[in-house]
Design a binder for this molecule. Structure first.
Ligand SMILES: Nc1ncnc2c1ncn2[C@@H]1O[C@H](COP(=O)(O)OP(=O)(O)OP(=O)(O)O)[C@@H](O)[C@H]1O
Ligand SMILES: [Mg+2]
Length: 257
């Protein structure tokens, strides 16, 4: 397995705070990697830096072997690196299907919409995209809500819609920031099954930030642990769950089996 994402010694300072300090890790093609750590450890900051929303103070990030530091977020999405957000970020006033279409056209400049609508060839492209978006709704159990406003979905539905929007952009690597936060245990387990299915059928690689340890331990091939902006451990779930540093900094007495 070759490295899809290589994060090399990235740091991010906010004033006097090292939100990330010299953090290195990689995600290989076809892997599901967990990124865990206590509140404020730097996980979301890591996503912000990797997805191009925030520049690193120092360090390098390569995606498919190419440096992506300084690239626009839309270019990074176009390259195949797509994130979801910790907070729900659907377009609440738009319909469910419109939300997913927006995801599909996330990297299309607005100036091109005219030609998409007006030329025959583009109409064909639009039809293919629409079909793909409908299939995504089906896959994420959202078809029955396709014409409802996104704001009318349940919390779990909104989380699934967030993933549908991200998937519509055709990611090679999907960054998920606490996708099951606020879901009940059954919904969380369903979500885990969905990620595994997508991982297998779409050859999707995943970087998963989660506090839900059962999900992380069950899904991930490898886990990277942050604490106070620094990487304190990396390894297989079985290694991480008994690593004394990780247990002390984060897992505590939580049951992780
Ligand atoms: N824009 C910002 N300005 C100043 N400080 C920030 C900013 N973003 C993050 N931080 C700080 O950086 C540290 C890491 O925050 P981050 O959101 O990355 O943590 P996290 O691991 O995602 O935590 P959680 O599990 O609570 O989501 C925190 O101390 C946070 O207050
Ligand atoms: Mg966070």
């Amino acid at each position: 397995m070759s490295a899809l994402l290589e994060v090399e010694r990235i740091s991010r300072r906010y004033g006097g705070l090292n939100a990330l300090k010299d953090v290195s890790f990689s995600v290989r093609e076809g892997e599901i990697v967990g990124l865990i750590g206590p509140n404020g450890a730097g996980k979301t900051t890591c996503f912000n830096v990797v997805s191009g929303a925030v520049p690193p103070s120092s360090g390098a990030i390569k995606f498919k072997g190419r440096n992506i530091v300084g690239r626009k977020t839309s270019q990074i999405v176009h390259d195949g690196l797509v994130r979801t957000f910790q907070a729900t970020t659907v377009f609440p006033a738009s319909s469910v299907i419109e939300n997913v279409l927006r995801g599909a056209f996330a990297t299309t400049p607005v100036s091109m919409f005219g030609s998409i609508i007006n030329t025959g060839a583009s109409r064909a492209t639009l039809a293919v995209t629409r079909k793909r978006c409908e299939q995504l709704l089906e896959r994420l159990a959202l078809s029955q809500f396709r014409d409802r406003k996104a704001s009318e979905l349940s919390y779990g539905g909104q989380r699934r819609l967030g993933v549908a929007i991200a998937l519509a952009a055709n990611p090679k690597l999907l960054l998920l920031d606490e996708p099951v936060a606020g879901l009940n245990p059954e919904e969380a387990a369903d979500f885990g099954r969905l990620i595994r299915e997508l991982h297998e059928s779409e050859k999707l690689s995943v970087l998963l930030v989660e506090h839900h340890m059962r999900l992380v331990m069950g899904l991930c091939n490898r886990i990277v642990v942050l604490d106070h902006g620094e990487k304190i451990a990396e390894g297989k779930p079985t290694e991480i769950s008994v690593n004394p540093k990780v247990v002390q900094a984060y897992l505590g007495t939580e049951v992780v089996a």
